[in-house]
Design a protein. Structure first.
Length: 398
């Protein structure tokens, strides 16, 4: 078997595995239960040990639910695939060697996931110009964004009747369509999707208000959920830092010298927002020594985490330490002035990936000629897409 054949076989198997895992994940979100082989085994053992029939809770998950999950996996993977092939065909047009997409399946079996960590293509030759980096970087988000708009439009214009929610939550049926007044008295554990400008627009001006689901139930509507996730990942990719798509775009627009100033500043601002509100001055104004030292230890761990994320921002480690301390002081100051200010700590894992692995700088190119007015306008359009797709708090667990 040749190396190329082996690579294509691996890519094909990863794609098939990702179809399966995203279909399972889609069904889990739709029906509010999981394909948990672990819980099934535990249930079986509990029945054998007790000698009694123990009823299963939640919607039983079988082939019917699995096939229903295609309503999520097909549009979601279609958007992801269109995004990656936007990069692929643009790279090919610039005679840049590039691989077909590698899909990354991810399914836990004990808790809900989205079935994948995304996909990527590998550029296997040197990209020698700002213009090529710009074109390759912007093609994926633009193509994926258009596909996401189509999926969202379809999802919001083909909403099922309001009674659909009773197939997911039969216990709501006793309340009728007034279930939100009674079913959420204890909202703990419910997941809400945070609005972005585009998602708000679809909910407000495209959807039929009589059929629009409650904010806690949108996750059960596969086309809408797939489109929302596509916007979420598009906005992350368009953050103008490092070798993200947004980094390629910004590098093409302003060049290496300016990029090395702007990208670290944006990264620091991103860290500041992500960790805002995690620690407040009043957390340490407590009488219990044990709780005080627990908060103090957590703060030291957080500062070390920031140091790891910022370590590559400068050749001098002292600069990373200083920046970490300055960010923490600024966060304390901001929440002291405005106690209601709070960031979104869910971005911190992505901060870690950026700072530790992807990097916040961009490789230099031999050809640094400006990309021209038309591409600058296109870059501004990509920035607008980022603004209308980005949600400050994308997933809210109540």
């Amino acid at each position: 078997m040749s190396p190329n054949t082996r690579t294509h076989l691996i890519q094909g198997l990863l794609f098939l595995a990702t179809i399966i895992t995203t279909t399972m994940a889609g069904a889990e979100w739709m029906f509010g239960n999981i394909f948990s082989f672990v819980s099934s085994a535990v249930h079986f053992l509990a029945e054998k040990m007790s000698g009694k029939n123990i009823p299963l809770t939640g919607t039983p998950m079988g082939w019917t639910q699995f096939f229903a999950g295609f309503q999520f996996s097909i549009p979601f993977l279609a958007i992801l695939t269109i995004h990656e092939f936007g990069h692929y065909f643009t790279a090919k047009s610039h005679q840049v060697k590039v691989t077909l997409p590698y899909y990354i399946p991810l399914w836990f079996g004990i808790s809900q996931s989205i079935g994948t960590m995304g996909a990527f293509i590998r550029i296997t030759s040197v990209v020698r110009s700002r213009l090529k980096f710009f074109d390759i970087g912007i093609a994926g988000p633009l193509a994926g964004f258009i596909a996401a708009l189509v999926v969202l439009y379809y999802g919001f214009t083909h909403l099922p009747p309001p009674e659909y929610i009773f197939t997911i939550h039969p216990e709501y049926a006793r309340y009728g369509l007034s279930y939100p007044q009674f079913a959420y008295e204890n909202a703990e554990g419910n997941l809400a999707l945070g609005d972005n400008i585009l998602f708000w627009f679809f909910k407000t001006f495209i959807a039929d208000p009589a059929r629009l689901p409650h904010t806690y139930e949108i996750i059960h509507y596969p086309y809408i959920f797939a489109g929302y996730l596509a916007l979420f990942f598009t906005s992350l990719n368009l953050i103008p830092i490092g070798q993200l798509d947004g980094g390629h775009i910004l590098y093409g627009m302003i060049g290496k010298k300016k990029f090395d100033v702007v990208a670290p500043a944006l990264f620091i601002a991103f860290i500041f927002y992500a960790g805002l509100g995690m620690f407040r001055a009043e957390d340490f104004a407590i009488s219990s020594d044990a709780v005080f030292y627990e908060h103090l230890l957590s703060l030291f761990i957080y500062i070390y985490f920031l140091y790891i994320c910022l370590r590559k921002i400068s050749d001098n480690p002292a600069n990373a330490i200083m920046l970490s301390l300055m960010i923490v002081v600024a966060q304390f100051g901001a929440t002291y002035i405005r106690p209601d200010w709070e960031g979104y700590s869910g971005f911190l894992p992505f901060v870690f990936i950026l700072g530790r692995f992807l990097g916040i700088r961009h490789p230099e190119t031999e050809d640094n000629k400006p990309i021209g007015t038309a591409r600058m306008v296109l870059g501004i359009f990509a920035l607008i897409i980022f603004i209308i797709s980005f949600s400050p708090k994308p997933f809210i667990v109540l």
